[in-house]
Every structure is written in structure tokens, then in C-alpha cells.
Design a protein around this ligand. Sequence first.
Ligand code: TGC
Ligand code: FAD
Length: 424
Amino acid sequence: MNTSVLRTASRHLSKAGRPRSLRTVRGYATFNWEDPLAASELYTEEELAIQETARQYCQEQLQPRVLDAYRHENYDRRILEEMGELGLLGATIEGYGCAGVSTVASGLITKEVERVDSGYRSGMSVQSSLAMTAIHEFGTEELKERLLPGLAKGKLAGCFGLTEPNHGSDPGAMETVAREHPTKKGTYLLSGAKTWITNSPIADVLVVWAKLESTGKIHGFAVERDQCPAGTLETPAIKNKTALRASITGMIQLDDCPVPAENMFPEVQGLTGPFTCLNSARLGIAFGAMGALEDCLSRARTYALERKQFKGNPLAKYQLIQKKLADAATDATYGTLAATQVARLKDAGKATPEMISLVKRQNCDRALANSRILQEVFGGNATSDEYHIGRHVANLFVVQTYEGQSDIHALILGRAITGVQAFV
Ligand code: TGC
Ligand code: FAD
């Protein structure tokens, strides 16, 4: 907490020389604006310790890098190894060099990373929830033992290719195909294009979803870059993004790329494969978006206490400003509690995909709406990237869009409520 800021503003806040929010009312605990509904009471000591480790790493190692990374659209590949060293990658997986923590703890890690930047969280989520989960849930034992430890340590980078140039919200219509090699038994040839793929330009292991030409069914493949002959796999970066600039995004272009049959996921076919991984990543985003919103709130509060307009009053004294802060704090704490509840239910085997759609949609929508309103607190200074708020706002648009755009999650919920399908 910035006590010098509080001192400056104290005469406007209370006779006791501290903000009214910090006063204790007899018989009650002290209100903590950073955790208004005391979500921390719901976490185990181990979960809190994991959150603290993640927060320390993120604030000490990621925060100082983010402005430069965002300005120059430069993702530092070493970040995956740093996260791997701390056990942050594939954290819920048991064995294979992974930490085996609860879904709640994993959510809290995600929240701390996204407090710094959604792009950093993106790089971690794709590695953990999408690439590693796909291999862990659906890969052969040999594939798991060969690939998961390297992914867990961040020595290998992973990506997840579902979206195509012509198919984003409707991945069921994907055009990427896998056909059996005409002469080489036990090999599939993959052809097609995936786009907007986080980590693809740096990925060593590319999880690609494709339709088997013979059956038309969707299957997953772990494509290992070092096994692909020249010209069969290209992963050009998509440059000049208007958001998520601290992450790296690209395409996956496959031209009769040979993949051994052992690298196909044997146990799953259809969209259940990719959606199982997305369940995990979407829940992570529900936590992460609250981290980004909390950072916007904290920065807006500090600014409002420091900035004086009209007779030397801090902006924080004005009611319209206070409402913006109150709305953001309310949505951040509700969203954190809701994500925590779904994560606990997931660990207890009681969660449903619709619950995950609900919290992914609501938390992303509220994070985007509130961050955009908090941006106003900074006036013209919001235009400077050194205030960080504009970066969060731009990022949160993407967070609301990927892993199922918000309206798509509304339709998933609408289907569950009415029993009527609205997609087709
Ligand atoms: P639908 O008929 O609903 O389902 C087809 C099959 O899939 C099963 N299924 C699920 N399984 C597990 N978990 C879920 N959440 C599931 N949802 C559906 C379902 O049971 C069915 O199985 P089966 O055996 O009967 O075939 O399929 P649909 O085509 O009607 O789906 C429509 C819709 C809109 C729900 C779906 O396509 C959708 O969610 N679209 C959004 C696409 C999306 O989320 N793309 C994400 C790409 S990855 C990404 O964005 C990563 S960014 C990461 C980062 O950088 O952080
Ligand atoms: P579209 O599907 O074309 O949708 C456009 C708009 O139309 C949306 O608002 C949508 O809600 C709306 N819409 C579509 N259908 C309907 C309907 N039936 N009813 C009402 N409204 C509808 N994908 C991956 O596979 N892996 C990744 O790692 C990955 N990383 C990404 C990173 C970034 C930076 C970005 C921007 C995207 C990434 N994506 C990734 C892709 C992302 O998942 C898609 O952008 C997202 O699923 C939406 O698809 P689309 O962009 O094709 O939009």
C-alpha cells in the first residue's frame, strides 16, 4: 500500500488520518478494498503460499519487462523456463515433473500473471491448459513421458491449433485434414492452416486438431517441429497486433506434414478433445481477467488519490470517481469468488462446462467494461503506456474474444437454459 499517497490525501478522508475504508467498526473485521469479500479466507495455506510465490515472481520479474515487451512486440522465450523453474506450468498435472496443485491454486497463479499482462498469462495458459492438458488427457503414456517433463520445465514450448482462417467460433467446420500416408504405414500427412495461434512461432510441440480424411472425425496430433521435414511446417508470426503484444502469436501452415501415428491422441475424437482442454483454459481466464481488473483498480485508485483537480481536491474525493472504483471492486471480488467456487467444484468432480462458460463470460465482460471505465480516471494520461491502463483495456478485448467469444458463451448458456440450439 502506498502510504505516502494516503498521507497526502488524508485530510480529505477522515479525522483519524486514514481512509474511512480502513476504519474498524466494533464487532466487525476491517474492510480490505483489495479483497472486499475476503476471498482469501476460502484458500488453504498452501494455495495462499503458491499465490504469494507467483505474485512475487510476477511483480519482480515480469512487471519490469512488460512495457518494453509490449512496445516492441517482443515475447521473451526465457519466461517459460522461469515459470517452469517455479512449477507454474501444467501446475494441476500430477507427475511428469508437474506440481500437482489444486485447480484453485492454478487459478490464483493465473490471476497473478494476468495482473501484470494478459499476454504473459496467454503464453502460460496455452502451454499449460491447452498443450499440456491435451497430451496429459489424451496422449499415449510414451508421449506423456517424452514430452510433458520438457513442457513442464519450459524447455519445450507448446501451442494449440484449433482456430482456422475460415473457422473461429465454429471449429467443428475445420478444413485441416489428416490422411494416411499412401506408402508409409503408421504415418499421417497433415495439411491445412491454423491462425491466431499463441506461441506457434516458438513452439517445439504443436497440438493440432484435424479431420481424418477417411472418417471426417476430428482428431488431435502432437506435431513435433524437429520431426517435420523442411517445407511441411511453417509458423509465421502475426505482427503489428493492437493488443496482446507481450505474447507471441502466429499461424500454423501444414503441407503434407508427416506425423507418426503414435503422436495422434488415440482415445478421443470429435470436439470433446479440444473442448476438454478449453474447459481448463477458460476457467483459468476467469481468474486471470480478475487479476487484470484488480491491477486497473489499484492503479486508478492510486491515481485518483494523487491527482488534484478543482480547489486542490484529489479526484478520489469526487462521487463519480468513487462509483467507478466501487463498481470495479465489486465486480472483481464477485468474479474471484465465482471462479473460486467453480474451481472447487471442478476439483470435487462437480463442475459443468456451462459453469465455466458462465464465469469465463461474466468475468471477461466485467473486466473489459470496468477497465474501460477506470481508464477515464486517468484523463489524458491514460494515453501514456506508462500508466498501464490502456494496455489492460486493449488486452481485455482479446481475452473476451478468445477461447469462445462472450456471445458464444451466452449461446452455450442459452442452450443449457432452453434446450434449444442457437448456433445453427
Ligand atoms: P457441440 O455440439 O456443442 O459439441 C460437440 C461435441 O463436443 C462436446 N463438448 C464438450 N466436451 C467437453 N467440454 C465442453 N465444454 C464441451 N462442449 C461440447 C459435446 O458433448 C459434443 O460431443 P459429441 O461426442 O456429442 O460429439 O458443438 P458445436 O459445434 O455445436 O459447438 C458450438 C460451440 C459454439 C459451443 C463451440 O464450437 C465453441 O465453443 N466455439 C468457440 C470456439 C473456441 O472456444 N475456440 C477457442 C480456440 S483456442 C483459443 O482461443 C486459445 S487462446 C488462448 C490464450 O492465448 O490464452
Ligand atoms: P468469428 O467466429 O468470425 O466471430 C466474429 C464475431 O461474430 C464474434 O463476435 C462472435 O461472437 C460472433 N458470432 C459468430 N458466430 C455467431 C453466432 N452463431 N451467433 C452470434 N454471434 C456469432 N485460437 C487457437 O486455436 N489457439 C490459440 O492459441 C489462439 N490464440 C489467440 C490469440 C489471440 C491474440 C487472438 C486474437 C485469438 C486467438 N485464437 C486462438 C483465436 C480465437 O479463439 C478466435 O479469435 C475466437 O474463437 C473467435 O473466432 P474468430 O476470430 O474467427 O471470430
